[in-house]
Design a protein around this ligand. Structure first.
Ligand SMILES: *Cc1c(COP(=O)(O)O)cnc(C)c1O
Length: 429
């Protein structure tokens, strides 16, 4: 037994399934989790002292790689001043000012502790502001685990949501309508069927929780138009894309301006942080200014704010880092595609900037249904092979690969060699 296997047995005695978040259980690749002891730059080491090149980066936060020296130093200083006060601090202003400066659609921003909280709160704001109850989300988009958003697919876009998780009362999802990604008609028909009732449309501007699914040209623009025409708010869930595709996120990258934006993951640089923000007149409904209640004992925690601020400020000060990272990503994912071609493997790679996903299907992936056509058993085989050769990938087909500025040419070449070996083997089997 490896040390990771021993630890997993022990963990299962005290933690449901041995994990504090389900994807970490490696269930969907039929394997067991590697317990991570430490990480530095683009590498992680597990409890068996096995070294991996990390292509998850804590699901996005580690855009500068692990244990970035300046972030560590600032965090150590902050820790020396106390872990939490439950009172206002100057660092909260610095973070808020920085976010408003980097993302022009945001004039007021509220810090929370996770992406789930950010989305849940933004939706409450949209409902409070518009005085409407219904929301539209897209099949295959993930917006955290709050009750009203755990809806995947109703039976067709015209039906109200069916709960996706047990424990969610049908009443909690009755106001959640679902549309298909990249399908504006499905959104239009929801608006026609529910006139004057839809508070907001929430979307991942790049789908990154059904693998990576890019918005087709005109899709985000179309959502903007439909929302404006119907007096509904457009919410971009930029928990993955924010401060990753560009300093101003997907909204800057695609030039489409939402009314509200949610952030998470990356803005804490690895600490538990989320945020939601938008136009001043909308955000003014939030207590204590307005009647939408939202609070958090540890929100704006000084240590977490220091970590997030330091990382975002570094990114703001080095806009070329985004250019270089996105170029590196493009070159890397194109090299993967070339290898697949060389060995006549029909699989699809969707990618944008430093995000990418290999789908084990031969049809273009542009929505939930096409993503679901992937052979998850083939992914499991691939993923286990890569893991066993020192490449740490998401242990599930429908997740993104994340590159960081810390990935060196050597790291990427190492990945490509293992990748080529795998598909060469597969081609000649
Ligand atoms: C991860 C994620 C969330 C939820 O964030 P948590 O911090 O896990 O609660 C929400 N939206 C998107 C797009 C995400 O990827």
């Amino acid at each position: 037994m490896t040390r990771s296997e021993e630890l997993f047995e022990e963990a299962k005695k005290y933690i449901p399934g041995g994990v504090n978040s389900p994807v970490r259980a490696f269930q969907s690749i039929g394997s067991t989790p590697r317990f991570i002891r430490s990480a530095s730059g683009s590498h992680m080491k597990d409890e068996d002292s096995i070294d991996y090149i990390d292509f998850i980066g804590s699901w996005g936060p580690m855009i500068l790689g692990h244990d970035y020296e300046e972030i560590r130093n600032r965090v150590m200083e902050a820790i020396g001043n106390g872990l939490s006060f439950g009172a206002t601090t100057e660092i909260e202003i610095k973070v808020a000012r920085l976010i408003c400066r980097m993302v022009p659609s945001i004039e007021l921003v509220r810090m929370v502790n996770s992406g789930t909280e950010a989305v849940m709160s933004a939706i409450r704001v949209a409902r409070g502001y518009t005085g409407r109850d219904k929301i539209v989300k897209f099949n295959g988009c993930y917006h955290g685990h709050s009750d009203g958003l755990l809806v995947k697919a109703g039976s067709g876009v015209m039906t109200a949501g069916v709960p996706d998780s047990s424990g969610v009362p049908a009443g909690c999802t009755a106001d959640t309508l679902t549309a298909d990604y990249n399908n504006l008609d499905s959104v239009e028909s929801l608006f026609q069927g529910n006139p004057g009732e839809i508070a907001a449309v929430i979307v991942e501007p790049v789908g990154a929780n059904m693998g990576v699914v890019l918005p087709e040209p005109g899709f985000l623009e179309g959502l903007r138009r439909i929302c404006t025409e119907n007096g509904a708010l457009l919410i971009f869930d930029e928990v993955i894309t924010g401060f990753r595709l560009a300093g101003d996120g997907a909204q800057g990258y695609f030039g489409v301006t939402p009314d509200l934006t949610t952030f998470g993951k990356i803005i804490g640089a690895g600490m538990p942080v989320g945020a939601y923000g938008g136009r001043r007149e909308i955000m003014e409904v939030v207590a204590p200014l307005g009647s939408v209640y939202q609070a958090g004992t540890l929100s704006g925690n000084p240590v977490a704010m220091t970590a997030g601020y330091t990382q975002l400020k570094l990114m703001e000060d080095h806009p070329e880092w985004y250019t270089n990272l996105n170029e590196k990503g493009n070159k890397f994912f194109c090299s993967m595609e070339e290898i697949l071609k060389r060995y006549h493997q029909p699989y699809i790679i969707n990618h944008i900037g430093s995000l990418g996903c290999l789908f084990f299907t031969d049809q273009p992936v542009n929505d939930y249904a096409s993503a679901k056509s992937s052979d998850t058993r083939a992914y499991a085989d691939y993923c286990n092979y890569m893991l066993n050769h020192g490449i740490y990938l998401a242990p599930a087909q429908f997740e993104a690969m994340f590159l960081s500025t810390a990935h060196t040419e050597e790291d990427l070449n190492c990945f490509l060699e293992v990748f080529e070996d795998y598909f060469k083997m597969k081609a000649f089997k």
